[in-house]
Design a protein around this ligand. Structure first.
Ligand code: FAD
Length: 386
């Protein structure tokens, strides 16, 4: 049997996320974009509403609403937030990314230590992998070192382009503990540890109001109890998190953009009158509308399918890569079409089309570029489908 319907709980969650986005987030979107200010009050509200807890098993988040609802539920929240504020959606999805190494690879003790506070938003998190020398090639480019000294590791190095870097309390850091692909480990570095400093903000053209920046570790001493998994398992753990949580999270944010483009394009083309009739009656505009509509429907099918695979406990690396590739490219394509439909007004700074385009562009590189998504997909094609 194939069933494309959402459960009543998932429908209720969508309604809640949409209400929050429209009533509480929308009034702040313009200011976030203009000032690039992180809305800590909205982040606190997301914790209260239970949006942080969706991937965290109920056992560690007993009284938190929506705890453990899973990947489909998470996609619903991110799509609804992305429709109104891709910046806030991206911040939330990276909090989930920061949870992932602990959820999937942490010891019982580590889960009990960190997950309850992460589930409520009392503590915020991220995952720091990228360094200035090239995110696509972690084996060649990660220079941050972690040297064991008794019961501690001493970390030295720099991370860049880390979402939530300056607001996170609990940061999964990938550092070099040896040579080759098995020469990396993941450590939980906590804000305030000696030797921990924030680096520069990485200012982008879009997603303004979502903090993205650097982390600098200088002789930062991290207890061995903060290492997630065994020494040498770091790349496996980090890539598992990026593939299963980071990529679908970026894609779900982009899905919100595509949805918003569809709504705004339909609305504007019915309002704008040329030659005595709405431009919606011009065939060229209708083709733009159908292109955006197709992008939305295809993106939606792809993302909810890959989220469902994860909820069923199935592997979905190629599907997650395909979703990330397709939906982020769709978001840029659809936002560009929306700019075109608006004519000159599409680039006006107080109108939505240019903001959606600026928000869509950085999603192409986040969680791995779309060239890298092709490499992930081709592995499946050559291994399993030939
Ligand atoms: C908004 C935003 C948020 C981010 N958040 C985080 C975060 O929270 N944590 C984190 O660790 N990182 C984060 N990143 C970093 C992101 O993961 C990297 O930008 C990404 O991995 C690419 O690395 P790079 O920018 O160094 O590009 P490079 O790796 O230098 O790539 C340069 C170009 O070469 C291409 N290329 C590389 N290898 C190949 C190949 N084998 N075949 C074909 N082409 C190739 C790339 O596609 C790209 O076009 C974020 C980035 C952005 C934009």
């Amino acid at each position: 049997m194939v069933d494309f319907s959402f459960t009543p709980e998932q429908e209720a969650l969508r309604e809640l996320a949409r209400k929050f986005a429209e009533e509480e987030v929308e009034p702040k979107v313009k200011l976030m974009d203009e000032k690039d200010e992180v809305p800590m009050d909205l982040i606190k509200r997301m914790g209260e509403l239970g949006f942080m807890s969706v991937l965290i098993p109920r056992k560690y988040a007993e009284d938190v609403p929506h705890a453990g609802m899973g990947h489909v539920a998470r996609t619903i929240i991110l799509e609804e937030l992305g429709r109104v504020s891709p910046a806030l959606s991206q911040a939330l999805q990276i909090f989930h990314l920061g949870h992932a190494p602990i959820i999937y690879f942490g010891t019982e003790e580590q889960k009990e230590r960190w997950l309850p506070d992460l589930a409520t938003g009392k503590k915020l998190s991220t995952l720091a992998m990228t360094e200035p020398w090239g995110g696509s090639d972690p084996i060649g480019s990660i220079k941050m070192t972690a040297k064991r000294e008794g019961g501690e590791y001493v970390l030295n190095g720099v991370k860049v382009w880390i979402t939530n870097a300056h607001i996170a309390d609990v940061i999964g850091v990938v550092a070099r503990t040896g040579e080759g692909p098995k020469g990396f480990s993941v450590f939980i570095v906590e804000k305030g540890m000696k030797g921990f400093k924030h680096g520069a903000i990485n200012k982008g053209i879009g997603l303004r109001g979502c903090n993205v920046g650097g982390i600098v570790l200088k002789d930062c001493r991290v207890p061995v109890e903060n290492r997630i998994g065994e020494e040498g398992e770091g790349l496996k753990i980090a890539l598992h998190a990026v593939s299963n949580v980071g990529r679908p999270g970026v894609a779900a944010t982009a899905l919100g953009i595509v949805r918003r483009c569809l709504e705004e394009a339909a609305k504007y083309s019915k309002q704008r009158v040329l030659y005595g009739k709405p431009i919606a009656e011009l065939q060229a505009i209708q083709w733009h509308l159908t292109d955006i509509y197709m992008d939305y429907q295809i993106s939606r099918l792809l993302l909810y399918y890959s989220a469902w695979l994860r909820d069923m406990g199935k592997r979905a690396d190629a599907e997650n890569a395909m979703g990330k590739f397709w939906v982020t490219e769709s978001a840029v394509r659809c936002a560009r079409k929306l700019v075109d439909i608006y004519g000159a007004w599409g680039n006006a700074v107080d109108k939505i089309p240019q903001r959606l385009l600026r928000d869509a562009i950085p999603l192409i590189a986040a969680a791995g570029t779309n060239e890298i998504m092709r490499l992930v997909m081709v592995r499946k094609i050559l291994k399993e489908l030939t």
